[in-house]
Design a protein around this ligand. Structure first.
Ligand code: PGA
Length: 253
């Protein structure tokens, strides 16, 4: 059975006190409320990560980073390496979020290097892909999503690929309040799973968790998460408040 992952990407939000408050509430609330097949992940800004990790030491809630560099160390002022994250026992790292692609010029080729570095360090990458509104309106959504997945990931061995988590995040749905319909999301998820199956075989494709992200909220989570190929959510805005984050996780039945 595929694992469901509900991951909260805080982006560049919350101060330290607010972040600590949020994780304390989340780990207190989750005990009896959530299905045992759901893993909760909090993904704070780097500067809060160590403190959050310490607070969650005895909690089943996992931690992730929002990005990492593609080298293990060296003269890269301002950057954080995947080995530093692994050393801190961070579990996940988001690679290729559309905001990184859009505002920081991250290309599929660079992201492929980041994926290699993250896997080598023993982190679980959450690789994001998704089309823009113009690409969808031009009927290019299948091509664009396949291209991002292929160029970012299809150089991996089967063993490496089996460690991946993917996240479909249509750019037009992120932070806009416009969610993909469950049909639109399911279509992309099942298409990408079929491409993974062609490349790595059906057994491996069936094991990979593919999350949906883009304005997921308690009100639309049940419909999205009940789709056959949607295995969790990467949540932005609704992850900044403990009740809505937990209510999304509760939508997995
Ligand atoms: P959103 O962000 O839930 O605020 O749309 C999702 C994401 O960017 O991961």
């Amino acid at each position: 059975m595929r694992k469901y992952i509900i991951a909260g990407n805080w982006k560049m939000n919350l101060n330290l006190e607010q972040g600590y408050g949020l994780v304390t509430e989340i780990s207190g609330m989750m005990q009896d409320e959530i299905h045992s097949n759901v893993e909760l992940v909090v993904i704070p800004p780097f500067i809060h990560l160590h403190g959050v990790q310490t607070l969650l030491k005895d909690s089943p809630v996992k931690t992730g980073a929002q990005n990492c560099h593609h080298k293990t160390g060296g003269a890269y002022t301002g950057e954080i390496s995947p080995t530093m994250l692994a050393d801190m026992k961070i579990d996940y790292v988001i690679i290729g979020h559309s905001e990184r692609r859009q505002y920081f010029g991250e290309t599929n080729a660079l992201l492929a290097e980041k994926i290699n570095a993250a896997l080598d360090a023993g982190l679980t990458p959450i690789y994001c892909f998704g089309e823009t509104l113009e690409e969808r309106e031009a009927g290019q959504e299948l091509n664009v999503n396949f291209q991002q997945v292929k160029e970012g990931l299809f150089h991996l061995s089967e063993e490496q690929f089996s460690k991946m988590v993917l996240a479909y995040e249509p750019v037009w749905a992120i932070g806009t309040g416009k969610t993909a319909t469950s049909e639109q999301a399911q279509e992309i998820h099942s298409f990408i799973r079929s491409k993974i199956s062609e490349k790595y075989g059906n057994a491996l494709a069936e094991e990979i968790s593919i999350l949906y992200g883009g304005s997921m909220k308690p009100g639309n989570a049940s419909e999205l998460l009940s789709c056959k190929d949607i295995d969790g959510g990467l949540i932005g805005g609704a992850a900044l408040e403990s009740r809505s984050f937990i209510d999304i996780a509760k939508a997995v039945v």
